[in-house]
Ligand binder design. Sequence first.
Ligand SMILES: *[C@@H]1O[C@H](CO)[C@@H](O)[C@H](O)[C@H]1NC(C)=O
Length: 96
Amino acid sequence: MLGSSNVVVMFSISGCCMCHVVKQPFFGLGVGPAIVELNKEKYSSEMQSVLYQLSGGQHSVLSVFVGSKILGGIETLMVCHINDTLVSLLKAVGAL
Ligand SMILES: *[C@@H]1O[C@H](CO)[C@@H](O)[C@H](O)[C@H]1NC(C)=O
């Protein structure tokens, strides 16, 4: 596993099957994302409302942060993966 890790943080809920899929591009690149399962956190509702605001008022089962900046939800992540911005993003924050 490369890097000091936890440059990528995913906030999700446990048992979210899409979240498993979403991890794959990161593992494929050798980046192990830190995963926070919101439903297991003590302050889960507070965290969810903060995430809601950070993502511009979008409810998402998953929010991905790269280098402490919000990237977005599943759709944004997949688009970035497909159009190759994900790699440059990860390089920019030193994860690669
Ligand atoms: C790739 O997609 C992301 C998310 O929509 C966008 O911000 C970025 O500008 C796109 N990059 C390219 C090279 O198209």
